[in-house]
Structure formats: structure tokens, C-alpha cells
Design a protein around this ligand. Structure first.
Ligand SMILES: CC(C)(COP(=O)(O)OP(=O)(O)OC[C@H]1O[C@@H](n2cnc3c(N)ncnc32)[C@H](O)[C@@H]1OP(=O)(O)O)[C@@H](O)C(=O)NCCC(=O)NCCS
Length: 300
């Protein structure tokens, strides 16, 4: 593979070319590429900081690769998606698009960068090093067959949009105070999720202790995957109520909601170093299905 023609996609440009590439990758991997944050940025027109880079080559009527830059709370996220037919050329495609992505970030003032990679291998590590990034967090995708043997009688109520927003944000941000993507959510972050077609308040379970919101389990159904996956999208217990069995019970409640909806595979993403959560999921029967790694660094 020689030189790529790289164009910056405008947020208002037609999405079909990118959609076609994302679909080709999803068919090859059985998993939609792009993390949720970047996916929503792409679908909802791109917030400030969004840049999509389109890699083309003469003789090919499809995109060879797509690289997206999105601004997060305190850092930049980037993702590189290469057409399945061109993955063997990763060592040549990668540096061209990633260097351009870092230029975009540099032009916008620089900052901390995360490049998330699905099932990382040595080529990704070499690529990351070549643009000054090093291996950071590892995210596990864990799965479990449903129904679980364990049951729960924890009382939950569905999330009420416009009523529970503020107290939910308070619990989420307290529980994920140290978390880069899940912490520091605002009303607009929450609304961007509520607007997604998969959003179902009945699968967004809240647990109160007295009048206080103690924890929640928010589920998401992936009808597009095979098998259909029922995800524990976000789960947390306010630190004040931690260690009392609420997290475990809410996990079981979320999974039993998914099973009642006809789903036989539960799934979630968890940081590999979140030992308490990983241990809890393992003891419920979850095993690791995939890994994702963030390559991180700073751009001046
Ligand atoms: C992970 C989390 C939901 C667990 O909720 P919780 O109500 O505190 O957990 P529980 O009391 O139900 O205990 C769950 C497990 O953690 C263990 N645990 C509880 N307190 C612990 C502590 N202080 N240190 C280590 N392990 C602990 C329990 O023994 C239990 O293990 P078991 O299920 O194998 O018996 C909660 O800690 C939390 O909100 N963390 C921040 C957000 C987060 O990381 N969410 C998960 C992202 S995937």
C-alpha cells in the first residue's frame, strides 16, 4: 500500500461511506467498531473537537480506512478503523492516518490522547510507539450465559427521564469520580444517550434506599450482534452504600431483565484493573471474551 489520500470529513457530510466501512468491519469482527462515545459523536453530527479522517486510494471504490478524533472530558480519544480487506497493510495505513490525527489534535491545542484498540497485537504496539504513544489501560469484554443461577429480590424502579436525571448524575459522578470516560457526566452527556434508539427506561434500573438513590444498573440491548447481546451498560453504587451487596444484586437484576427480554448472552465492559468489579463478575459466571487496550500519550 502506498500513499493514502486523506480528507477531513465535515460533520455535515454524507455518512454512507463511513457507514459502509463500519458495517464491513462489524461483519468481519462480530462487533461494532468505535467506542460508544465516538459512535455517538459521529451519529449526532460531531461535537466541537470532532474530526473524521477518510483514507482513500485510487482503484478502490470503498474507504480504505477511517480515523476519528473526538474530544472527551479532559482528553482526546481516537480510533482507527481499517477495511477488513486491507488489514494486512496496517503497518503502512496506520502511521499515515494516526500522524494526521495527532496533527489535528496539535492544531486544536494538544492534550492527553487515548487510542483504543480492539484485540491489540504487536503491530498496534509498534504503531503506537512510532507516534509516541505507549500501552495504558486494558478494558475487558466479559460475557455470561443467561439465565444466571443466582436470583435476587432487590427492588428497582425504571429511570424517569426529566425526573431522575439530576440524582442519577450525582450517583454516577460520585461512583466514577476517577474514571476518564464515565466520570464527569453532564445533563447533555446523559441526554445524548437517552436520544439513542436503543435507550429503554425499563432496562435502566434504579435502587433507592429510603429517598436516596443508592445505585443503578443500566442495560443496553445489541440487536445487531450475533448472538444478540444484553449489555450491562453502566452499573454503579454510590460509595456511601458500597460493600453492602447492592452492586451484586443490581447486576443480577439487570441480567434477569435482559433474560426476560429473550436474551441468552449477557455482556459488559470493565477496566482490567477494577479488581472489585472483575471479581464480582467472575463470581457470577462471567468470563473474558475480548480485550481492548488504550495506547496513551501527550500531544503538545
Ligand atoms: C463495582 C460496584 C458496582 C460494586 O458495588 P457494591 O455494592 O459496592 O458491591 P457489593 O457489596 O455487591 O460487593 C460486590 C463484590 O465486591 C466485594 N467487595 C465489596 N467491598 C469491597 C472492598 N471494599 N474491596 C474489595 N472487594 C469488595 C464483595 O465481597 C463482593 O464480592 P462477591 O460478589 O464475590 O461476594 C461498586 O463498587 C461501584 O459502583 N464501583 C464504581 C463504579 C464501577 O466500577 N462500576 C463497574 C464498572 S464495570
Amino acid at each position: 500500500m502506498g500513499h493514502l489520500d486523506i480528507n477531513r470529513r465535515l460533520p455535515t457530510d454524507d455518512l454512507s461511506e463511513v457507514d459502509e466501512l463500519l458495517l464491513a468491519v462489524e461483519r468481519a469482527d462480530g462487533q461494532r467498531p468505535l467506542s460508544d462515545h465516538l459512535w455517538i459523536d459521529l451519529r449526532q453530527g460531531g461535537r466541537p473537537g470532532y474530526v473524521g479522517l477518510l483514507g482513500r486510494q485510487p482503484g478502490h471504490d470503498h474507504l480504505i480506512a477511517y480515523c476519528q478524533v473526538s474530544r472527551g472530558n479532559d482528553s482526546w480519544a481516537l480510533d482507527l478503523i481499517v477495511h477488513p480487506h486491507h488489514r494486512y497493510e496496517m503497518a503502512s495505513i496506520g502511521p499515515q492516518l494516526l500522524s494526521e490525527a495527532l496533527n489535528v489534535i496539535r492544531e486544536a491545542g494538544g492534550g492527553h490522547v487515548h487510542w483504543w484498540v480492539f484485540e491489540p497485537n504487536e503491530i498496534h504496539t509498534t504503531l503506537a510507539q512510532s507516534i509516541g504513544l505507549h500501552a495504558g489501560r486494558t478494558m475487558l469484554q466479559m460475557r455470561v450465559a443467561l439465565p444466571l443461577r443466582e436470583v435476587t429480590d432487590i427492588v428497582t424502579t425504571p429511570f424517569r427521564s426529566g425526573v431522575d436525571d439530576e440524582r442519577w448524575l450525582a450517583v454516577n459522578n460520585a461512583a466514577f469520580a476517577d474514571h476518564l470516560e464515565q466520570g464527569g457526566w453532564t445533563q447533555s452527556t446523559l441526554e445524548s444517550r437517552i436520544q439513542e434508539p436503543w435507550f429503554n427506561p425499563n432496562g435502566f434500573l434504579l435502587h433507592n434506599v429510603g429517598d436516596e438513590l443508592a445505585g443503578f444498573c443500566w442495560t443496553k440491548v445489541h440487536l445487531e450482534t450475533s448472538p444478540v447481546l444484553g449489555e450491562i451498560y453502566v452499573i454503579a453504587v454510590h460509595p456511601r452504600f458500597g460493600g453492602k451487596g447492592i452492586g451484586r444484586a443490581l447486576t443480577i437484576a439487570g441480567l434477569s431483565f435482559l433474560h426476560r427480554a429473550g436474551i441468552s448472552t449477557g455482556m459488559l465492559h470493565v477496566d482490567a484493573d477494577n479488581e472489585r468489579a472483575v471479581q464480582m463478575y467472575k463470581s457470577l459466571g462471567f468470563t473474558v471474551a475480548h480485550q481492548q487496550r488504550a495506547f496513551v500519550g501527550d500531544v503538545n
